[in-house]
Design a protein around this ligand. Structure first.
Ligand code: HEC
Ligand code: HEC
Length: 236
């Protein structure tokens, strides 16, 4: 390499460095500011509402059965409140990257609830949405499994938007044969959640680089609920 080439290649490397550090800071920076707690009505500040709007869709895929800190109940969330505040509101390191950070509205609601003392029942007395028990019907499967354990990746605007898992139609009319009514063993969704091909187990325990994602395998009860729904014909 001539001295001139060396200078040129230095300039190119330096420019690439500047460019990549710019794009890095652009990616790192869409940190929304937290809306004031005043923006939320007292009636919104109950556990049921905060759980269904913020925790269930954004945290339970990694903090449910078999995951690290379990955040599936009011008692568990209360016991970890300081850590949750630190990780999700102050440091913004949860949901763990590369998942999208909480939206401004999610951050605001979670923060307002914590500031209000994290009450189980909203100060106005409203209990909030009632959980749907796990069972072999689409509403329950969506509520208990898809929303919290799949949609961080499989929804429009998320990393695997190509394979949406949002509606019943997405499952029944997929070119990937995700659900073959009456035939769970050949339905694509069952192959994926059972990990018939371990490399394709869903949710994926590892990312493309082999680093842990934090997502845990579905429980046997969850896998059975989906299998039974398909066996029954997948029509409710
Ligand atoms: C993609 C997986 C994933 C998601 C989604 C996720 N977490 Fe985590 N979380 C982890 C992993 C892995 C750890 C343990 C390693 C660490 O602390 O980084 C963790 C650790 C934590 C801890 C413990 C931190 C400490 O100081 O001990 C808290 C609290 C937490 N997460 C809260 C949340 C909340 C609240 C959400 C939703 C807003 C969330 N996490 C979403 C993977 C996830
Ligand atoms: C952390 C992100 C992430 C989560 C969470 C996740 N997936 Fe996936 N999923 C992927 C990726 C990446 C692929 C591969 C996409 C491709 O081939 O283009 C994939 C592919 C699939 C496929 C197609 C498999 C094939 O053979 O082509 C199915 C079915 C699937 N996922 C189901 C699920 C279900 C059901 C859940 C929840 C229980 C889930 N996924 C959760 C990232 C995720």
């Amino acid at each position: 390499m001539s001295p001139l080439d060396r200078i040129n290649s230095f300039i190119i490397t330096a420019a690439a460095g500047v460019l990549s550090s710019c794009s890095y800071s652009i990616q790192k920076n869409p940190v929304p500011s937290i809306p004031s707690a005043q923006n939320y009505k007292q009636s919104e500040l109950g556990f049921g509402n905060v759980y269904s709007r913020v925790i269930r869709p954004n945290c339970i895929g990694c903090h449910g059965n078999g995951g690290g800190v379990n955040l599936e109940s009011y008692a568990n969330i209360k016991a970890n409140l300081t850590k949750i505040y630190q990780a999700a509101i102050v440091e913004r390191k949860m949901p763990k990257a590369p998942n999208a950070p909480l939206s401004a509205d999610d951050l605001g609601l979670l923060n307002a609830w914590i500031q209000a003392g994290a009450p189980e029942t909203a100060p106005g007395g409203e209990p909030g949405p009632t959980p749907i028990p796990l069972g072999p019907n689409f509403a329950s499967i969506k509520y208990n499994i898809l929303d919290s354990k799949c949609l961080l990746c499989h929804a429009p605007g998320k990393p695997v938007a190509r394979i949406p898992l949002v509606t019943k139609d997405d499952l029944l009319n997929s070119p990937l044969d995700l659900v073959l009514p009456g035939n769970p063993d050949e339905s694509g969704i069952m192959l994926a959640i059972r990990g018939v091909n371990p490399e394709k187990l869903m949710p994926p325990p590892k990312d493309a680089n082999g680093s842990p994602t934090g997502f845990t395998k579905l429980s046997a009860q969850e896998i059975n609920a989906i299998a039974q729904w398909i066996t029954n014909g997948a029509n409710d």
